[in-house]
Structures are given as C-alpha cells and as structure tokens.
Write a protein that binds this ligand. Structure first.
Ligand code: F6R
Length: 603
C-alpha cells in the first residue's frame, strides 16, 4: 500500500505536496518522492526514508512549481532503494508517474518495451507505466490518448497519477481496485489516495470509480469514462472530518479500517504471481519433511494451512508454534520450514528459522514487511503485499496469509492429482469472489454484529467452538476477542468439549459456534451435536451459520453461503468485527491493547 498526492495550483505547491504525503505516511513509509514541472522539464526528488528524512535531504517543502505529484512507498516489487522509490520517469523524462497497487502483467509489458528500446532504471512494476505512456505518445502524439491506451494495457490493480511536459498544466489520474480521489479547492485542485492528501486545504472531493480517469488542472477538473471517453457528471462529496480522524481514513480505529481493507488485502494476495507460489511448491515437493511455523495469530494461520494441505493435497504438514519449535525441531537437509510473519521481526519465529537453518533445513516465509529480518534470512520469501498494518491486533495481514497458504495447498493438490482441473477452476473462482463477499458481509452485517457485541459486552467468559478447518478459525477468533477486549475467550475443537471443558458450561458461559454450511455433511452434523451438548447444559449459544433455517441457537448471525474453500473466512471476518465492537463497547484501547506490541522482538 502506498500514498499518492498531487497538486495543480495558481500558487507554489511545495508545502502542500509535502503535507499531502506526510499525512499519507500511515499507508507506507519506506521511501518517498515528488515530481514537478520546472520550466520545461520534469524534476524528480526522491530517496529512501520517511517524508521528513527525504525532505531534509531533497527539499520538498520549498520546491518552486505549480504542478506536481508525490508518493510515499510501501515496497512490494523491488527493494527499498532510491531507484525504486516513486515517481518514475520515462526514458526521455517526458512523463512521470506515481502508483499504488500491483501491475500483474508488468513483466510482459517490460519485455515488449525493452524490445522497442526503452531502458529501465528500477526493479518496480510501476516504471513500465511511464514507458508505456511515452511509447503511446511517440506512436500517436496525443497525451490523453497515450494515457488511456496505457491504462487499457494494464492488468492488476492501480491508483495512478501522471504529469507530462507535453501537458504541463495537468495531472492525469485513474484507479482500478485501489482508491483515488480528487480534491476541489479554490485556485488549486488536488489528487490523493484518500482525504488526508489534501484535508487541510479542502473538504470538497470527487471520488473516482474503476473505469474512470480524471484530468486535474489549477482551475478545473474533469472525469471521463475510460471506455467511451465521455465526460461524466460527478457529484462533489463534502467530507466532514477533521484531519486527525481522517488519518485513519475516517475510521475511528485502525483495527476497523484494516478489517475494511481486507477485500484489497485478499486481492493483493491473489495478484501475487503464480511463479512465486510455484517456486515454494517446488521446494515443498523436493522436501521430505515440511513444517509450518508461526506464533500467536500466525500460528493459527499456519494451523489453518495444515488443514488445507491435508484436505486439498493429502499432505501431512504439521504447524508448530514458533515459541516451542526448538524443543520439537528434528529438521535436516531434507526439511523445509515455511514460516508466516506479518512483521518479519518476531523473535520466536526468527530464532526457530535460525535453529532449523543450522540443522541444514531449507527455509521459506510469507511476510508482510519488505526488508524485514525474516524476509532477508530465508531462502525463499513471498511478500504478501497487504500494506501497513498499524493496529497491534492482526486482521488483514492474517487473512492474506491464509489466502496464500490456500493458493499453495491448491498448487500442491494440483501436482499430486488430488485437485482435478475442474476443482482447481472452481477454487480459483471461489477465491476471486471472496473480496466481494467480504465487502458485502462488512457492509451488511456490521450493524447486526455491533448490536450483538453491545448486548453481550457484560459476558466475561466465552467458548469459541469449531471443527475441522473451522477449528483454527475458532482459535484465531478467540485470540482476537481476548487481546482487544481483555475478556476470557477460549477456542476449542467442538469434539474436544465433552472431554472435560463441558463441566464449565452454565448460563454464565457464552459459546460462539462456527457452523459450516449444511453442504459440509458430517462436519456440519458433528458441529451441530456440539451445539446440542452446550444447549442441554443451559449454555447460551451464538451461532455463526450459513443456513437461516437452523433455529436451535439463542442468537444467530446468518452468513451468505459460498464455496467450501472460502466459507471459513466469512465467520472469521464476522468474529473480528465482534471482537472490535465488544472492545469499543468496553472502551478498550483498541489499536494498542494493554501489554501488547506490534512486533515482538524478544524471546
Ligand atoms: C495477534 C497478533 C500476534 C502476532 C504474533 C506474530 O493479533 O498480531 O499474535 O501474530 O505476535 O507476529 P508476526 O506475524 O509479526 O510474526
């Protein structure tokens, strides 16, 4: 995730470009830069570091220009270097672009442009866009046509802003699955990833949609259809937010914002090139022993992976909690240890990897933070590209990791013949539909979940039950509830309950049951028998269910049925929201719960 700001004005823009990216730093902060029109050429100032660090070296604040774009980066393609920082220029420096998102077909586009003589100076996917526009301009002599043609050639997600010496008064902008908005000011107009880019200047905004592009100049703006070129009437939305609130994109807490960002986090995980998944699958195939590693939430992610490898690929891939790994480690040169870590800095996970490496094992990791210790120490890394996760409590990063493990398990199943071509296509379609399903759930069910959370905020003890793949979902959901509400919540397999814990059940202990869709057959039936066991002892049962006809529950949240591969992720998102709203009902410190830190770098 990265931040984009742009200004076209009758007045000097340095201060406002600086403020724009500074306020967007929560979206990414490993490097930043600006491009602006300086007489008849484009000047770029950029470097590695925070906006303040780059400003002190490169002077953003005092630049003299009336049109410019700026960017703060969260690296996905290419290391954190000055060359990879945005903006990126075309060969002749006629065009400069800033980008948020992932261009899935950038390798193909780059190869074509290389054949046409373009020279690349960075490792990023973004740079192809600048060259593509330049090539289009050389072919047709018209900036707008070159811009539209370039957008049509892009596959993937993007929010983009571009300036050109051939249209020196204008900023071109567009979006596809990444947000971008226009700010309408007085004697100035703006573009931004969100309202923070210009919130101190104007509250009047125009929200771009997929399939639209904008042209912004100091005294006007227009939005056009990408398909027809027709000018579109766009309403101006007045944002009633103060700038502190809007840093969280209008959400009261980062946790809620990050829950809402999950559709995009899933899209980003799905946009990661298959070659990267296949490379890890090759190592898995060659290994005699594979272990999944994580701790806290990432242990539960790994445990979910264990179920996916067993059910999709008939592979025995145990998950191990990295704080215990060293006592269980039997790895050797034929082993692969696949770790999962949001921060890439967690001591327990890093130490376990080191332990396994010393025994000669191969190592791989799914990591969110580019350039982190774990990303650097493993033999193979998959960068999940979920963007910065600010809330201490992990939500979007964990879900994206689950999606990547699902992709890997599917690939292993395909290779081992347990996933037929038909099943493969079905699962791919189910994964592609998931972002939309999460959006619907969050939009339509948040109110119900909030009401339930406020109603039950007095409950001190929760039991979260799930069976099969819903068991790690129950564990992770219980952890969310514990860490953010400070209430006791215990995740447990449904079948385990009767072997002891059932004695706790009374009218004070509330049970949340993760019920699979009825189509899951035995898994559904056995889960329902756990519900009966609790009900028979007078316990209150809250069901997260997919079938509205089931009425044994004291309370139900009915979710929209979907494919068996993706169904477990819907109650997970619902449980994140339940934990969040319970915490707000109890006035907890949601983004920084007591005693917890985002990356735990101690043993
Ligand atoms: C819980 C949570 C933690 C982390 C754990 C590992 O919401 O975030 O349990 O999952 O500390 O951290 P990473 O993923 O950074 O290795």
């Amino acid at each position: 995730m990265c931040g984009i700001a742009g200004v076209a004005s009758f007045h000097p823009i340095g201060d406002r470009l600086y403020d724009g990216v500074h306020h967007l730093e929560y979206r990414g902060y490993d490097s930043c830069g600006v491009a602006f029109l300086n007489h008849n050429h484009i000047e770029v100032r950029k470097d590695v570091g925070t906006v303040d660090e780059v400003d002190s070296k490169e002077t953003i604040r005092h630049l003299v220009s009336n049109v410019g774009i700026a960017h703060t980066r969260w690296a996905t393609h290419g290391k954190v270097t000055k060359e990879n920082a945005h903006p990126h220029l075309s060969c002749r420096a006629d065009f400069a672009v800033v980008h948020n998102g992932i261009i899935a077909n950038y390798r193909v586009l780059r190869d074509e442009l290389l054949k046409k003589g373009h020279r690349f100076t960075s490792e990023t996917d973004t740079e192809v866009i600048a060259h593509l526009i330049e090539q289009g301009f050389l072919d047709c002599g018209d900036v707008e046509r070159a811009w539209v043609n370039a957008l049509a050639a892009l596959d993937g997600s993007y929010a983009l802003a571009m300036i050109s010496i051939h249209e020196p008064q204008r900023i071109f902008c567009a979006r596809h699955e990444s947000p971008l908005i226009i700010g309408v000011g007085s004697e100035s107009n703006y573009v931004g990833s969100d309202f923070n880019a210009f919130i101190e200047q104007t509250k009047n905004t125009v929200i771009l949609e997929d399939g639209e592009y904008g042209i912004v100049s100091k005294d006007s703006f227009s939005v056009k259809s990408l398909r027809s070129g027709e000018v579109l009437e766009k309403a101006i939305t007045v944002v009633p937010w103060d700038s502190e609130l809007s840093r969280k994109g209008g959400y009261p807490h980062y946790m809620l914002k990050e829950i809402h960002e999950q559709p995009q986090a899933v899209r980003n995980a799905l946009a990661i090139a298959s070659e990267q998944i296949n490379a890890v699958a090759d190592t898995m195939e060659a290994a005699q022993r594979v272990r999944l590693l994580g701790v806290g939430t990432t242990y539960y992610v790994a445990l979910l992976g264990q179920y996916l490898f067993a059910t999709l690929a008939e592979m025995d891939v145990p998950a191990v909690s990295s704080d215990e790994f060293r006592y269980l480690d039997c790895s050797d040169a034929h082993s692969l240890i696949l770790a999962v870590s949001q921060s890439g800095e967690t001591y327990d996970t890093a130490m376990s990897l080191r332990h396994a490496k010393e025994r000669g094992a191969k190592t791989a990791a799914i990591v969110n933070v580019v350039g982190s210790s774990i990303a650097r120490m493993v033999d193979q890394v998959v960068l999940q590209g979920s963007g910065p996760e600010v809330c201490v409590v992990s939500t979007k990063a964990a879900l994206a990791q689950m999606i990547l493990l699902a992709r890997l398990a599917l690939e292993m199943g395909r290779r081992r013949g347990t996933v037929s071509p038909t099943k493969w296509s079905e699962c791919e379609a189910a994964l592609a539909a998931l972002p939309g399903e999460i959006e619907t759930l969050v939009n339509e069910k948040s109110g119900l979940i909030r009401a339930a959370a406020y109603r039950h905020a007095h409950v001190h003890n929760w039991l979260f039950l799930g069976r099969g793949v819903y068991y790690p979902i129950a564990l992770e959901s219980a952890l969310k509830m514990k860490e953010v509400t400070y209430l006791h919540a215990e995740g447990m397999p449904g079948g385990f309950l009767k072997h002891g814990t059932l004695s706790l059940v009374d009218d004070q202990l509330y049970t949340l049951v993760f019920v699979p869709p009825p189509a899951a057959g035995e898994l559904h039936a056995l889960t329902m028998s756990s519900v009966e066991e609790v009900k028979a002892r007078g316990g209150f049962v809250f069901g997260f269910i997919f079938d509205g006809h089931e009425d044994i529950f004291d309370e139900r949240l009915v979710l929209t049925p979907t494919h068996e591969l993706t169904a477990p992720f819907l109650p997970l998102v619902a449980a994140q929201l339940l934990a969040y709203f319970t915490a707000t009902a109890l006035k907890r410190n949601v983004d920084k719960p007591r005693s917890l830190a985002k990356s735990v770098t101690v043993a």
